[in-house]
Design a protein around this ligand. Structure first.
Ligand code: ATP
Length: 268
């Protein structure tokens, strides 16, 4: 078990190389319990690779990594995985599943995709799964078949499946991909509430878009070509200079009421 004071995430000089390609290089990161981080960067900058390291499924080629107090290479990482929720449409197992949301969420509590017959007979399992749906504003979807849900609704079911195991670390890879403006804003509100929960999971959210940061995320890390361009409090990192350097074009960043917007600046 990890000590209470251990950082949730600690990366020291972490690099990932695959077949001679350098996907990440020299990443330093420390996250304490309750600190939420946004990882931003252009396509191919290494965001998903970083999440895979944090999920413990990608072992770094260089440097030291610890998640929830367990150091990579020093202990079996598999038991740790139950405490890390990883939500990604790339791992999409929910697109064609002909089952209702509630048993699917309950199944995730046992680490499986397909709900075993009678899984909801246990009132505690049922209540836990219902609560996980409610935490992401999806309690009303409990009896809906997942393959009939909209993108935004299905995304909530994915997040509920991650939450039902009570993870200490929640990794969200582009949670707003495919959502329209209303869907994005609605999911943002639900994530805001989740991030504000006392004792809720430390969350790392990957996105390309500054507009997609819940207010509860107070730290940001900018990646470009596998290297950290800047990291720190959102108010310091999400500024014209660092964001322009990260995306490789002049960008004007604005912040209104804790939300950010970015637009490319064209020469007139
Ligand atoms: N197994 C692999 N072998 C070689 N290169 C890889 C492998 N996996 C990823 N890459 C490359 O590593 C780079 C970083 O990929 P990654 O998916 O982490 O980027 P990303 O920032 O999440 O991109 P996107 O925003 O497009 O999803 C990309 O150039 C990608 O092509």
């Amino acid at each position: 078990m990890h000590a209470e004071a251990s950082p949730v995430v600690e990366l020291c000089g972490v690099g990932v190389r695959v077949d001679g390609a350098r996907l990440l290089h020299g990443v330093q990161l420390a996250l304490a319990a309750g600190e939420h981080l946004a990882v931003l960067g252009p396509n191919g900058s290494g965001k998903t690779t970083l999440l895979r390291v944090l999920s413990t499924y990608r072992f770094p080629s260089d440097g030291d990594a610890s998640v929830l107090g367990v150091r990579f290479g020093a202990a079996d990482l598999r038991p740790l995985r139950a405490s890390v929720g990883f939500v990604s449409t790339a791992l999409d197992d929910l697109l064609h599943v002909r089952a209702d949301a509630l048993p699917l969420v309950a199944a995730a509590r046992r680490g499986s995709l397909w709900p075993a017959p009678g899984i909801l007979d246990d009132p505690q399992v049922r209540a836990t799964a219902q609560r996980a749906l409610e935490r992401v504003g999806a309690g009303h979807l409990a009896g809906r078949r997942v393959d009939t849900l909209s993108q935004g609704e299905r995304q909530r079911v994915r997040i509920a499946r991650a939450l039902v195991a009570e993870p200490a670390l929640l990794l969200l890879d582009e949670p707003f991909a495919g959502l329209d403006l209303g869907g994005r804003e609605s999911l943002l509100r639900d994530l805001d509430a989740l991030l504000d929960e006392p004792g809720g999971p430390t969350t790392v959210l990957v996105t390309h878009h500054l507009e997609e940061l819940p207010r509860g995320i107070r730290r940001a890390l900018l990646l470009r070509e596998g290297t950290v361009v800047a990291q720190g409090p959102v108010g310091e990192v999400l500024r014209n200079g660092p964001v322009s350097a990260c995306f490789g074009l002049p960008v004007a960043v604005e912040s209104v009421g804790g939300r950010f917007t970015a637009r490319a600046v064209t020469a007139t």
